[in-house]
Design a protein around this ligand. Structure first.
Ligand code: ATP
Ligand code: MG
Length: 195
């Protein structure tokens, strides 16, 4: 049993039913025979992985997410790719919209500054994992991209079970154009009137 109050947490974009169905259809079409497809209900795009978190870290992360802000945007999923080491087949975007890159950057900066996590040094490669245990796959551009209207982001709790991860959406934040305050160095006094 995990210690009470501890959860494995991550921030993600969680597609609605229509996008989910289309992505799942692509997974069906492109996963090679021995690959293990991700269940339709589990498809998502990870923004920031926090890992094991106690209540204090979860509260901190929720507060951080609350001030990140940002605008809704459309994500054109137009590319199938493969992470060789991770043996993952994914669906992603040829070029990530600046709104997504900005959301990710603001979120991880705020989390790192206020909560000390995540300590992520890899480049952000936004993707939806379609299938695992995929040894090889040829990357390709899609003639008919999936247009994903992104209007919010979520905090998800993940429980690892022998049957795979189980996800639960903990909380949701709207992307409604609210101005995000700049991330200032820790310890500086700043004027937040007008936020
Ligand atoms: P499983 O671990 O059973 O394969 P999973 O990877 O979907 O399932 P988690 O391990 O809880 O479930 O991960 C949740 C999400 O966070 C996934 O999208 C995963 O790719 C991503 N993730 C996991 N570990 C990291 C990490 N160290 N850095 C960045 N993202 C991660
Ligand atoms: Mg994992």
């Amino acid at each position: 049993m995990p210690e009470a109050g501890r959860q494995r947490l991550f921030f993600a974009l969680w597609p609605g039913a229509g996008v989910r169905r289309r992505v799942s259809e692509l997974a069906r079409r492109h996963t090679p025979p021995r690959g293990r497809r991700v269940a339709e209900s589990k498809l998502h795009l990870t923004l920031a992985f926090l890992g094991e978190a106690d209540d204090e870290l979860r509260c901190c992360a929720e507060a951080a997410a609350g001030v990140v802000g940002g605008e809704a945007f459309t994500l054109e999923l137009d590319r199938i790719g493969h992470f060789r080491r991770a043996r993952v087949l994914w669906l992603g975007a040829e070029t990530a919209p600046p709104a997504l890159a900005g959301l990710h950057a603001r979120l991880i900066a705020r989390l790192a500054r206020d909560c000390g996590r995540p300590v992520e040094t890899r480049r952000f490669r936004p993707h939806v994992t379609l299938a695992r245990k995929v040894g090889r796959a040829r990357p390709r551009s899609l003639d008919e991209p999936v247009a994903w209207p992104v209007t919010d982001f979520v905090l998800v709790a993940s429980r690892l079970t022998p049957e795979g991860a189980r996800y639960r959406i903990v909380r949701r934040w709207k992307l409604d154009g609210g101005q995000a305050p700049a991330v200032l160095p820790r310890g500086r006094l700043w004027d937040n009137r007008g936020l």
